[in-house]
Design a binder for this molecule. Structure first.
Ligand SMILES: Cc1cc2nc3c(=O)[nH]c(=O)nc-3n(C[C@H](O)[C@H](O)[C@H](O)COP(=O)(O)OP(=O)(O)OC[C@H]3O[C@@H](n4cnc5c(N)ncnc54)[C@H](O)[C@@H]3O)c2cc1C
Length: 464
């Protein structure tokens, strides 16, 4: 089989954004390998659905995510308008539930401005201001990020897939990568038996069909980009890199609020994190792009990236994951007494709707348990842990043999993906990893300006 020039493992929002840029800039055989029959089946669907503005991201410590989010805001806004996709600028109040958190709100304002947000997009509010604008919310003060927006990330990913396909990328859906081997100047990707490049396809009427025939030949590729979300660390390990890291998984669960209680708040309400090192622990009040209201997510430790319900999806895999190498990283995190206390709290909010409601009542005392009518769609965060048991905050980029790996691509990863991937494609090109591809003579007319996006991420920070 003729080798692929670049294969991307993972048809989430990250892998699809990579495919978009590569196919727009280069002629060549570019493929996305995705085990599911559609794009955006996992974290890129199972998230809070917010375009996060970067006021809460340290412009130095979280530089790349802060700048990617800032650059991507205008990109998604233009894309949503062009494609007629949901775009609901609901705004977010991030509230201080304790007086000692007020100084953090001022820090957030400084960070937001340093990250490029406009003065008119951020406002510091007193407790009375908050009460006037959202009469049911109780707090000591808040920062109002006026341009935080509710969107539909699966719809964004699907539309981006169509753009990538139009530019020449192929999406090999229903193809589950089982192993990858280095074979001289290329890699050989083997798919799990029973999945092939053409086994699952969408017919002209939009129905998902399955071919009876399947092929066992490995897929040769000259270069691989690992964007496999919850499996990305395993794929990096399979190619012998990232071995100093492992991952822990946290399920974020949501509850839907009955429509008769939607009036409780019209904006997203987040709280200043109790544990700044673990900002994903505190549930929020969320306004979805279709107007639904939810509370969540919590962060329940679970054994694997696809444990969306209960304790295990696959008990054998759970045991294997627990003892995967390097074992020390997980043990260092798991034996930490703070971690055990927090995990117990999160499990309580998973088992008890009352416990979940109680956490939100801290800033929304009018909420009642009976308002939480049914569970929302849970998602799982794959959190990378270093040798000392620390949770790594930013995405980690790791070069490997004929490959490049992105692991720990967590929130606000959906927001930043079109900008972050432009930046990485530029880095790969500069390092010569894309020299085997031919630059397109005429770039397809697109909405987004590659060079301007890359420059926005490279520019030195005003705080650096
Ligand atoms: C609870 C929660 C809420 C969040 N809320 C927000 C938010 O509001 N805003 C925001 O910006 N970000 C949010 N995020 C983060 C954001 O959703 C992620 O950063 C982003 O979706 C990651 O995209 P991805 O493409 O890397 O991963 P995924 O969407 O998980 O895609 C990875 C893909 O790889 C495929 N794959 C894996 N292994 C294989 C294999 N062996 N063979 C073939 N295919 C494979 C999977 O099937 C999957 O489709 C949230 C995350 C969580 C967990």
């Amino acid at each position: 089989m003729e080798p692929w020039d670049v294969t991307i493992i993972g048809g989430g929002i990250l892998g699809t954004s990579f495919a978009y840029w590569l196919a727009n800039r280069y002629d060549g055989r570019i493929a996305v390998i995705e085990k599911e029959p559609q794009v955006a089946v996992h974290t890129s669907r199972r998230n809070t659905g917010v375009i996060h503005r970067p006021f809460y991201l340290d412009p130095v410590g979280r530089r790349v995510f802060a700048r990617s989010s800032q650059a991507a805001y205008g990109m998604w806004k233009a894309f949503a308008a062009q494609r007629g996709l949901p775009w609901l600028p609901v705004g977010t109040f991030e509230v201080a539930t304790r007086p000692d958190q007020l100084s953090r709100l001022e820090t957030y304002r400084t960070w937001g401005l340093a990250n490029g947000m406009g003065d008119d997009e951020l406002a510091l509010l007193t407790a009375e201001d908050v009460r006037r604008l959202e009469p049911n919310v109780r707090c000591h003060g808040a920062i109002w990020s006026k341009t935080d927006t509710a969107v539909d990330y699966p719809a964004f990913t699907q539309a981006l897939r169509e753009e990538a396909e139009r530019a020449g990328a192929k999406f090999l859906l229903g193809s589950d990568v089982e192993s990858i081997d280095v074979a001289g100047d290329h890699l050989e990707i083997r798919l799990a038996r029973g999945t092939t490049t053409d086994r699952v396809y969408v017919d002209p009427r939009g129905k998902i069909r399955v071919n009876v025939a399947f092929r066992d030949d490995p897929l040769p590729t000259r270069f691989l980009i690992n964007a496999a979300g919850g499996h990305s660390i395993d794929i990096a390990h399979a190619l012998g890199v990232g071995k100093e890291y492992t991952d822990l998984h946290f399920r974020g669960e949501y509850w839907e609020v009955g429509s008769e209680w939607h009036h409780l708040c019209g904006r997203n309400i987040y709280t200043v994190p109790r544990h700044p090192e673990l900002p994903f622990l505190d549930p929020h009040w969320i306004v979805r792009a279709d107007g639904r209201r939810e509370i969540g997510p919590n962060a329940v430790p679970v054994p694997g990236p696809y444990t969306y319900h209960g304790l295990f999806d696959d008990p054998a895999e759970a045991v294997q994951k627990l003892f995967e190498r390097p074992v020390g990283n997980k043990l260092a995190a798991l034996v930490n007494p703070d971690f055990v206390t927090l995990a117990t709290e999160e499990w309580a909010s998973s088992i008890s709707r009352r416990a979940m409601a109680k956490r939100v009542q801290e800033f929304l005392p009018a909420l009642r348990v009976k308002y939480l009518t049914r569970p929302g769609t849970a998602g799982v965060r794959a959190q990378v842990v270093d040798r000392h048991g620390n949770f790594v905050k930013e995405a980690i980029e790791i070069p490997g043999p004929h490959s490049f790996h992105v692991v720990n691509y967590n929130s606000p990863g959906a927001t930043g993906s079109p900008a972050y991937t432009a930046w990485i494609v530029n880095l790969l090109a500069k390092a010569g990893h894309l020299d085997h591809l031919k630059a397109k003579a005429a770039k397809p007319a697109g909405l987004w300006d590659f060079d301007a996006v890359c420059a926005a991420i490279e520019t030195p920070s005003v705080l650096a």
